[in-house]
Write a protein of this length. Structure first.
Length: 85
């Protein structure tokens, strides 16, 4: 529910004619919108978390498996995870 509210607020911010910095200012006016988008994506990643990400992508590895027994380093977001997107 909180994620839906956050996305609704993000959408309203982006379509609203009232802005922290007016969009008529080249580049500078769009930076506040970019910040809101990045914050929205970050909030989504925080709310969703890695277990849900793996469930959606079909990865069946345990989300909090820790270091592998073969001695390889544990990477919270490996290149395999990124390619799955």
């Amino acid at each position: 529910m909180a994620l839906a509210v956050a996305w609704a607020a993000l959408a309203l911010w982006l379509i609203s004619p009232i802005d922290a910095v007016p969009d008529v200012l080249p580049v500078v006016g769009w930076l506040d919108d970019l910040f809101v988008i990045v914050a929205g994506l970050g909030a989504t990643a925080w709310f969703v978390g890695r277990p849900v990400f793996h469930r959606i992508t079909g990865d069946r590895r345990p989300a909090l498996s820790g270091p592998a027994t073969t001695g390889e380093a544990y990477e919270p977001w490996s290149s395999e995870d990124i390619r799955a997107l």
